[in-house]
Ligand binder design. Structure first.
Ligand code: AHG
Ligand code: MN
Ligand code: MN
Length: 303
């Protein structure tokens, strides 16, 4: 088994250490901030808080050369030579922030690239996400595989020996694999906006699997990782690029699911092979069990 990369471990330490503070900050940050992000979407107060906390924590990690966020126009220089020993970290600080008002699952998505952004998913050296559900968990995928950790405040509150870390990381699954037999599906967008070929595919899947769609990609993907199935935010009739951003949503999720034995496509190309023009580029995302993803690509290929 390969050894973990120390910079990767330091990045996930920093992400884990911010998780309780982000979770604690959510009750008071369920309102719109009054600003839009580079994707033109309204930013919640919770988005801004998570972005600031994670930005400060990640740019302070030795080996992080630059930081890119869904909420920021351009990369933040963190002083390292990305691609020459330092990594570029891309985050979606709070994924599914529309769930703040309805108190449903949300998360933080992290991609660690060994190249300046925008980069392809093949430049990822690790990826993961924190899921703020009934408990706080973190999925970490790197060259050693895919694992699930439970993140908790350290009862002792952290002490000098561990650098005052007030958080414990407990691995609860050290070799996470997609179950062979799919059980759940979750498809985003409004049904009238689905292209006909996707609608035909969706009707087949609806007859075979159980609907699990919660409006936050990390929660819905975690259902797929846990039970097997497929998640999609598809190309829409009036939005052929779909909604999700390649750098900090689709690529990290594709990296995680592929390392767990699944597949991820934009409809005809492996997500990790897509060459972006900008860090905020959107792509359609179809991700989950390989057979279901292959069926999807066949369905979209049929003219
Ligand atoms: P974010 O909150 O980071 O903008 O991400 C929201 C995304 C993703 O989490 C989810 O799959 C999708 O938006 C849900 O979109 P709809 O509200 O259109 O279902
Ligand atoms: Mn998101
Ligand atoms: Mn977000």
């Amino acid at each position: 088994m390969a050894d973990s990369d120390p910079i990767v471990e330091a990045v996930f330490d920093a992400v884990a250490e911010t998780a309780p503070a982000i979770r604690d900050a959510l009750p008071g940050r369920r309102v719109e901030s009054g600003t839009d992000n580079p994707s033109g979407e309204s930013v919640m107060a919770g988005d801004l808080y998570a972005d600031q906390l994670l930005g400060d924590a990640l740019t302070a990690v030795d080996g992080v050369g630059s930081f890119v966020s869904e909420e920021r126009e351009a990369a933040v220089d963190a002083g390292g030579a990305v691609g020459d020993g330092a990594y570029a970290v891309a985050i979606d600080p709070l994924d599914g922030s529309s769930n703040l008002r309805s108190n449903n699952a949300m998360g933080t998505v992290v991609g660690i690239y060994d190249a300046p952004l925008p980069a392809t998913g093949r430049d990822l050296v690790a990826a993961g996400y924190v899921l703020y559900g009934p408990i706080t968990t973190m999925i970490v995928a790197d060259e050693t595989g895919v694992r699930e950790e439970v993140i908790e405040r350290d009862s002792a509150g952290g002490d000098a020996e561990d650098g005052g870390r007030a958080v414990s990381r407990s691995v609860v699954e050290d070799d996470l694999r997609l179950p062979e037999d799919p059980v759940v599906y979750g498809f985003g967008g409004r049904v009238p906006d689905w292209p006909d070929d996707f609608t035909t595919y969706a009707r087949e899947i609806e007859d075979e699997l159980k609907l699990r769609y919660g409006g936050a990609m990390v929660g819905d993907v975690n259902q797929v990782l846990t039970y097997g199935g497929i998640f999609a935010y598809p190309a829409l009739v009036d939005a052929p690029e779909g909604k999700l951003r390649l750098s900090f949503e689709a690529n990290p999720i594709a990296y995680i699911v592929e390392r767990a034995g699944g597949a991820a496509t934009d409809g005809d190309t492996d997500i990790l092979d897509i060459e972006p023009e900008g860090v905020h580029d959107r792509v359609p995302l179809y991700v989950g069990n390989e057979a279901l993803v292959e069926r999807l690509e066949d369905a979209l290929a049929d003219e």
